[in-house]
Write a protein of this length. Structure first.
Length: 396
């Protein structure tokens, strides 16, 4: 079955000096408009008033007519309007209690980007031309766009390493639901091994950050000795950013390969609902947990499962997957992290991670059988969640 999926294709490009200057001005104007609109809405919020997108759009028109902000007319108006729409989305998520209050964009720390809708760019014969630019972007087309589709949105960005990217959003008719299968797998995330499957397979942890740790430390020491704001300081900061980018690229590529394989091979994938934000507060494990990128792994797994007609079940984070015997259901009192293999009173000997993956698979099937949601509820109207009711029946 074909699904209508909006997919972004990301490419690198090399702007000319004029294009780089124009885009840098656009990034600055986008940030300025976003911050001014946020300040206006914050002041209104203090007066217990709400400001809508239409009101901020009228403010933008008035700002352009002032002498101090006349430079906003020098860039395309579409990215500025899109910045206001993004702010409106941020407030919608805040009022819906899905996100925190929007924050101001920083010139040094915030992502440099500008979004162009279809009225502000032209894509023809493999050339992409943005508004206010006389030449097309020199894009490295590393893979073709789907045949016969037209981009609906183009986002141009520059990362901390100085690399330029263009993200082209379009419909991808090539994404189809895969044939249904009975295969199901439990996935236990770890540090010694990145993932352990209920099939017994263990996927090694590449530890991408460790490979470049010495080079990163050396670059950071050199950056610390540079004078702030100097040209050499900018060069040193760019070098640190390039190392971070190389680590992130390797990690993302590895996760894409793993998640794609898991989704293609299994109909049901059961994972644990980990609170990574709280786990990284452990100072001894924060670095390796961040390098494992469990949250990014889950995000990739969920959207790819949605694309290809698979199901991802997240088991409650308090489920004792490591302490529960997958053979008889006996719950152990304690299970320290240094215990990797243990024997139950029933005589079954377990590998800690494989046993946890088997328990996650069983709990995920129980959740599906009881009709619980994909994301576990922290409290249910009946008291315990469907998964925990199933577990309580297994305990002696």
């Amino acid at each position: 079955m074909t699904t209508h999926v909006k997919r972004a294709y990301r490419y690198r490009f090399c702007p000319t000096d004029a294009q780089a200057a124009e885009l840098s001005r656009t990034f600055g104007c986008v940030r300025k408009v976003y911050n001014m609109a946020l300040a206006a809405r914050t002041e209104a919020w203090a007066r217990q008033e709400r400001v809508s997108y239409n009101q901020t759009s009228a403010m933008l028109t008035a700002w352009k007519k002032t002498e101090a902000l006349a430079y906003l007319n020098d860039v395309s108006s579409v990215p500025l309007q899109q910045a206001l729409r993004h702010l409106q989305t941020a407030f919608t998520n805040f009022f819906g209690k899905r996100a925190k209050y929007p924050r101001f964009k920083s010139r040094k720390k915030s992502r440099k980007s500008a979004e162009y809708t279809i009225s502000a760019f032209r894509f023809r014969d493999g050339e992409l031309r943005l508004a206010k630019m006389s030449e097309p972007l020199r894009i490295v087309w590393s893979r073709p766009l789907p045949e016969g589709v037209s981009p609906s949105t183009v986002t141009v960005s520059q990362d901390a390493a100085g690399r330029w990217f263009v993200s082209v959003l379009c419909d991808d008719p090539g994404i189809r639901h895969l044939p249904a299968t009975d295969a199901a797998v439990g996935i236990d995330a770890g540090l010694d091994h990145l993932l352990t499957l209920s099939t017994g397979e263990k996927i090694a942890n590449p530890r991408h950050e460790r490979r470049d740790r010495a080079a990163l430390a050396k670059a950071q020491r050199r950056l610390a000795k540079k004078e702030k704001g100097s040209a050499n300081g900018v060069k040193a900061r760019r070098k640190v950013a390039r190392i971070h980018a190389r680590i992130a690229d390797r990690r993302r590529d590895s996760l894409h390969q793993i998640t794609t394989r898991l989704v293609r091979e299994n109909q049901t994938l059961v994972i644990e609902d980990l609170t990574v934000r709280n786990m990284v507060k452990n100072r001894k494990l924060a670095r390796v947990i961040s390098d494992a990128a469990w949250s990014e792994f889950r995000s990739m797994l969920e959207y790819k499962a949605q694309w290809y007609g698979r199901e991802v079940i997240a088991v409650d984070r308090w489920f004792p997957s490591s302490k529960l015997c997958s053979a008889c259901g006996t719950l152990q009192d304690k299970m320290p992290l240094n215990v990797r293999t243990w024997t139950c009173d029933c005589g079954a000997t377990h590998d800690r991670d494989v046993n946890a993956a088997n328990n996650l698979l069983a709990a995920g099937r129980a959740v599906a059988a009881c009709g619980a949601g994909v994301r576990p509820q922290r409290s249910s109207p009946g008291g315990q969640s469907a998964m925990k009711q199933e577990v309580s029946r297994r305990e002696p």
